[in-house]
Design a protein around this ligand. Sequence first.
Ligand code: ZN
Length: 77
Amino acid sequence: MSLAEIKKNIQEERFVCPKCKAPIKEYDNVVETTASVWDGAGDSELETGASKVTLICSNKPCTWKERTEYWENYLRD
Ligand SMILES: [Zn+2]
């Protein structure tokens, strides 16, 4: 999972706001954690490619936003 994928999901309106059920329109502060936490100690769990993002609904008047590593939870099927 990467910034490109988050972007694509926003564009295709696949993220759904848990509060108003509308497609989430914005995101901010994407951090791809894979490279930065890799310390060469051989812990392969760090290779899953997690990234952290702030998802922002921005469908007025909804003010929902969430800083999360588990943004897949907001993808609709
Ligand atoms: Zn919303």
